[in-house]
Design a protein around this ligand. Sequence first.
Ligand SMILES: Cc1cc2nc3c(=O)[nH]c(=O)nc-3n(C[C@H](O)[C@H](O)[C@H](O)COP(=O)(O)O)c2cc1C
Length: 171
Amino acid sequence: MKILAISGSLRHSSSNTQLLQALALLAPAGTTITLFTELAQFPHFNPDLDQEPAPHAVAAFRNQLGWADAVVISTPEYAHGVPGSLKNALDWIVSSGEFVQKPVCLINASQQAIHAYESLAETLKVMLAVLVPDGFVTVPVQGRKLTAAEIAANPEFSVYLCRVISLLVDR
Ligand SMILES: Cc1cc2nc3c(=O)[nH]c(=O)nc-3n(C[C@H](O)[C@H](O)[C@H](O)COP(=O)(O)O)c2cc1C
């Protein structure tokens, strides 16, 4: 199984990115979890630019979403919403449709980020993604400055991440 992991944070030391890297460390044999790394390179979405050839980052995103069997998104909340860079990237996928029928789990590093979750879930639903039941998980690592290896090695956190992987692998 191939899982694409998308972090909504562009911060170098992002807790959401560390969570996804920990998720990759916990992948069982036969499952690969790849972090999407080009979120910062997207041009602002403009329907006038949504034509072939797509901008490089957009083409890479569409390609990696296309081969992924499932997606895991971990994002911070900014001003009670989804970070603009993540929403911008999702807007580029409305016309190309790679989220249609794609199983998606949402994780985040903060218990407060409920508005971003609701907004992101609504966007994914309208793009016809399949939000995996029980696939919204908070792993409270925000502010703890943990590395991916430390998160993966701590059962307090890894139990949540392993559950997300199982939800996708056992579908
Ligand atoms: C500009 C800005 C706005 C924020 N707005 C919210 C918010 O509305 N709700 C919330 O729970 N956290 C908010 N936060 C806190 C971030 O969501 C939090 O620091 C997050 O865990 C950072 O994730 P990262 O470590 O992956 O970058 C905000 C942070 C910034 C910088």
